[in-house]
Design a binder for this molecule. Structure first.
Ligand code: ZN
Length: 677
């Protein structure tokens, strides 16, 4: 599996309450918009002003490139997303009627949700949004606006309305139910008119033709699979002159500007990326990735391309995403220490000796400041990055792991004083521990997960990396989380000066178990089971440890207690819990190393999927009273080049743009694709 990138922070669900710093520049609030289950936060880019001019310029060009692929993601998520977004935006911009009515507010909210999810399906649950305004209302509003404002959208009106209002059409973006044809029942646009069996056969043939190649490309990563006029299966490659060409042209334009001001080795790497965009040749993408992972000297770095395959039910096709970042040198010390000791951690890991890496290599670790988010990293974004994804490149050249400090900081600031800890943690001493060490525990968990967890362990000879199929990403996230949890409680961390005491582990263990067993359920609709890989992973770990902690006599390690009709989680023995994390890591590493699909499936299905409905209702009710939106995303800063005699002499950064303004501006200035692709 190539799913090693997105980590969704626990801070998304259990915000830390450490206090440091004031609000962002001036009196700007951290939270700029709230709607439905979403809050939109502003993030700052500390250190940008102090960068040398050439790095500011480089960030500016890369940031432009990061915005140019937004339409690609919309179209990848569902073929009707662009016409829906554009129709609603045209109404939003031109409607002269009453904007205070409930129906208008509902339409506005729906559009905000579409912007946030990059389409008509929820970014996390994948379910289609249910509009709270009627088709009649929308059509009436459209009637009041001159027809020419809609241009080519007029002919798509019927399809747009069906997509929004017919619940049977495009019900889910990503269906993962075993037994269904996952392609025909998923509404994403990665496959068109192709069944799961046809797609699997197509790529099996491709892999067979390349069998024995130690450096296989990621087949199918950058294309839509469809049928030609004669009914033969074929790929439409995302490249210059191929599918999505108008957007890719603009990406290439800005990348070439960046290339001109970049220094080696980055200059050569950007050239390789441009070559890949021009040709669609996945060998070029691998060449770029190798250069990228070897470049540990450039202060400014970026991701731009078809990277993650979470959105494809078959885990093959990648969504377009981008970010631009630079080093946070102060915070880098923490991950350097971890990274320098990678071999010690590997050697002492509680997994079978045969499945430890004799030599851990290429773990580079840094903390970054994000300067721009784009595509599948916007507005919702991961707080850590671990790339590249190709297994053979990771094996031969290693990977780069980063955590994003300014995003984590913005989450923390936005969450202050929201009442979460007091509601779910009964013991004041535990609350104090959370306030003191919650944030540090989260940071270290992320570092250990990204810098060591994913890179640890090895497969038995002959075992395929995709042997765990649709359970692969859940189990991979569980493996990395368990590695982090296990070592958070290791005396080695105190010895390395990373934690003052075992209290940091205690704070993190309570948070993690509470989240996995209870509070993350706030993100799930009533009656639904857990679908998303990271959530499945957390529930799997928490419920497995809960069950195993009842066995072996003595007091249960984890207790569910009821007080005044409310459920609480109590951990009675943190050292024993750490032991359980180790046992589970041992087993999940075995499953991965041996490609034991049946055991992996049983673990996920037994512990990580089924929701206790009664507890779910309770969590939703308690969470609801706190008015905390379970999901967050971000608005980007605005960079402006300062020109003198046609030359850039400085780049300024502003944080004043609000959410709808930013979305409308992006749709105006960075929208390059036709409505139907
Ligand atoms: Zn991960």
């Amino acid at each position: 599996m190539k799913k090693l990138f997105t980590i969704v922070s626990m801070t998304l669900i259990i915000p830390a309450l450490t206090s440091c710093g004031g609000g962002p520049k001036g009196d700007m609030p951290w939270i700029v918009d709230r709607f439905d289950d979403i809050k939109v936060i502003r993030y700052e880019v500390p250190g940008f002003d102090a960068l040398p001019l050439e790095e500011k310029e480089l960030i500016y060009y890369l940031s432009e490139a990061a915005k140019c692929g937004r339409d690609i993601l919309f179209d990848q998520n569902c073929p009707v997303n662009l016409p829906v977004r554009r129709t609603l935006e045209t109404v939003y911009e031109n409607y002269k009627g009453d904007r205070t009515t409930a129906e208008w507010k509902a339409l506005e909210k729906y559009l905000k949700k579409v912007w946030f999810a990059n389409g008509i399906h929820h970014h996390y649950s994948n379910d289609k949004f249910v509009p709270e305004f009627t088709e009649g209302y929308l059509l009436d509003a459209i009637e009041t606006i001159p027809e020419e404002k809609f241009g080519s959208l007029n002919s798509l009106r019927g399809e747009v309305c069906r997509a929004i209002f017919d619940p049977a059409l495009y019900p889910t973006k990503l269906n993962q139910k075993a037994g269904d044809d996952l392609l025909l029942t998923s509404s994403s646009n990665y496959y068109h008119n192709v069944s799961q069996a046809e797609a699997e056969a197509f790529y099996a043939d491709m892999a067979a033709a390349d069998a024995g190649n130690p450096e296989p490309v990621s087949y199918g990563l950058n294309s839509q699979l469809t049928k030609d006029d004669a009914g033969r299966i074929c790929e439409r490659v995302w490249k210059l002159g191929g599918m999505y060409s108008p957007a890719i042209e603009r990406i290439v334009y800005w990348l070439e500007k960046a290339q001109a001001v970049a220094k080696e080795p980055q200059k050569t790497n950007i050239a390789a990326l441009v070559s890949y965009y021009k040709t669609g040749d996945l060998k070029e993408f691998d060449r770029y990735n190798i250069g990228w992972v070897k470049d540990t000297v450039s202060n400014v770095d970026f991701v731009n391309g078809f990277i993650e395959d979470y959105g494809d039910p078959l885990g093959r096709k990648a969504s377009w995403e981008a970010n631009v970042n630079f080093m946070d040198t102060e915070a880098c010390h923490r991950t350097e220490v971890i990274s320098d000791n990678a071999q010690w951690f590997e050697d002492h890991s509680p997994v079978a000796e045969a499945y430890r890496k004799p030599v851990v290599r290429g773990v580079s670790a840094k903390v970054i400041t994000v300067a721009m988010l784009g595509g599948d990293c916007y507005p919702a974004t991961p707080i850590g990055i671990n790339l590249p994804n190709a297994d053979w490149i990771r094996k031969d050249y290693g990977s780069k792991s980063v955590t994003i400090q300014n995003i984590t900081h913005a989450y923390t600031e936005a969450a202050k004083g929201n009442g979460f800890l007091e509601e779910f943690i009964p013991d004041p001493a535990d609350i104090e521990l959370q306030k003191k060490y919650g944030s540090l525990g989260d940071d270290l968990h992320t570092d250990l997960h990204e810098c060591l967890g994913h890179g640890s362990g090895q497969l038995a000879p002959g075992v395929k990396t995709d042997a765990l199929k649709n359970y692969g990403s859940t189990l991979e996230e569980a493996r990395a989380d368990l590695f982090a949890l296990y070592y958070l409680g290791d005396p080695k961390l105190a010895e390395l000066g990373l934690v003052p005491s075992f209290d940091v582990a205690k704070a993190q263990y309570l948070r993690y178990i509470l989240n996995g067993m209870m509070t993350q359920l706030a993100r799930i609709q009533p009656g639904k089971d857990v679908e998303e890989a990271h959530m499945r992973n957390r529930m799997l770990i928490a419920m497995w440890c809960y069950e195993k902690g009842q066995q072996g006599g003595g007091e249960a390690v984890i207790k569910k207690v009821e007080r005044d009709g409310k459920t609480y989680i109590e951990i009675t023995d943190y050292e024993k819990l750490r032991g359980l994390f180790g046992d589970m890591l041992h087993e999940i590493q075995r499953i991965k190393s041996e490609g034991d699909y049946a055991a992996g499936k049983a673990l996920v299905e037994n512990y990580g999927v089924k929701v206790d409905q009664k507890l779910h209702d309770e969590v939703l009710a308690r969470y609801g009273k706190l008015h905390i939106e379970p999901f967050s995303g971000f608005v980007n800063p605005v960079y402006k080049p300062v020109m003198e005699n046609g030359e850039i002499v400085d780049v300024t950064v502003e944080y004043t743009e609000d959410y709808p303004d930013q979305m409308m501006r992006y749709s105006k200035n960075y929208s390059f694709l036709p409505s139907v692709n």
